[in-house]
Design a protein around this ligand. Structure first.
Ligand code: SD4
Length: 329
């Protein structure tokens, strides 16, 4: 056996032992894959996919892309909807604070060129997704955090606002009476938005924005603003995004894993399921939720979650449906 043959045999065996799905062989050819040409207009597009029941966000993304916007414009427009909704207590304005009463926001965005911009621990700015886009487009950096992110946002003309609504403040004050912290499946009323789009030119983009876990420790950052964890877009292959307990997603680099599994030939649904199964096999997930959604370059979509109760919103042909997602438990 040559060295190369040995390496291939080893890789094949290792992948089969760890993946649990029959997705192994195409990885051996991945170095030879050609970029898929992406300049033909496809009349069945755009398609918008987002976590949870984010119908209004999908509609905003659809409207933006239908009027000639790019997939990137669409996901930004979509993500801004829950960010400005005071009743959405997982995102932007109205988000639940950390245990010290600070509303701290995490967001990121990726375009079809593989560019990425993000903010973490951003306070006082209603639209972190738009600041993330400015980081991507206007700075030599990819991620700005805390005071620096706020300074940059203000320099860019974003307005400083109070994001703690009286409803979220009241709930936090109630919580402080016991200060018991135990994240639990779906009771956090997750509605963090991860939003993916493919436009008529078959270009992909994604965004993810959140106020993170309610009553988290001060300084805690979740998966949502981290490339490869809460979001990943590879315009040759597909895109994926996550919601739920960010620590589980961070430790398994879930969205990157999903895109790479799709590169190896998995469908979006198979890839999401395998990313959840990695958590099941390696982490302590009891009572915690993680949900993934994904879309490939052909506009095929899929999803899977750790626990039941996860839904996604899909918009195509100007119609939005809410779809219940299969789960491990
Ligand atoms: C986080 N993944 O900060 C986010 C929370 C979330 O719906 O998705 N909530 O861990």
């Amino acid at each position: 056996m040559t060295n190369d043959t040995n390496r291939r045999a080893f890789l094949k065996k290792t992948i089969q032992n760890t993946a649990g799905l029959s997705l192994a062989l195409p990885i051996l050819n991945s170095c030879q894959s050609e970029p898929i040409p992406s300049n033909k207009v496809d009349p069945t597009l755009p398609i918008i996919l987002s976590t949870w029941n984010n119908k209004k966000a999908n509609q905003a993304a659809w409207d933006t892309i239908s009027k000639g916007g790019t997939a990137l414009d669409g996901v930004e427009a979509g993500a801004r909807i829950p960010e400005e909704d005071p009743n959405d207590q997982s995102v932007g304005y109205g988000g639940r604070p950390d245990r010290d009463g600070n509303v701290t926001l995490d967001a990121c965005i990726m375009n079809s060129n593989g560019d990425y911009g993000a903010v973490t621990y951003l306070q006082h700015i209603k639209h972190p997704v738009s600041v993330a886009r400015r980081v991507m487009e206007e700075t030599p950096h990819a991620l700005l955090s805390g005071a620096g992110a706020l300074k940059f946002a203000l320099e860019q003309g974003f307005e400083k606002e109070n994001l703690l609504t009286s409803k979220s403040k009241q709930e936090w004050e109630e919580w402080k009476k016991t200060s018991e912290y135990k994240p639990k499946v779906n009771i956090e009323l997750h509605d963090t938005i991860g939003i993916l789009a493919i436009d008529k030119q078959k270009n992909l983009a994604g965004a993810c924005t959140t106020s993170g876990l309610a009553y988290k420790m001060q300084g805690r950052i979740g998966d949502s603003p981290i490339a490869g964890a809460g979001l990943f877009v590879d315009n040759e292959i597909g895109c994926a995004t996550a919601t739920g307990m960010g620590e589980l997603v961070l430790k398994s680099v879930g969205s990157f894993l999903i895109v790479e599994l799709m590169r190896q030939g998995a469908t979006p649904a198979e890839a999401c399921k395998e990313a959840v199964m990695r958590i099941v096999r390696k982490q302590n997930y009891e009572e915690l939720q993680v949900g993934y959604i994904a879309m490939n370059k052909s506009g095929e979509v899929g999803a899977y979650s750790l626990q039941s109760g996860f839904v996604y919103a899909i918009t195509s042909d100007n119609q939005t449906r809410i779809v219940e997602v299969d789960s491990y438990i």
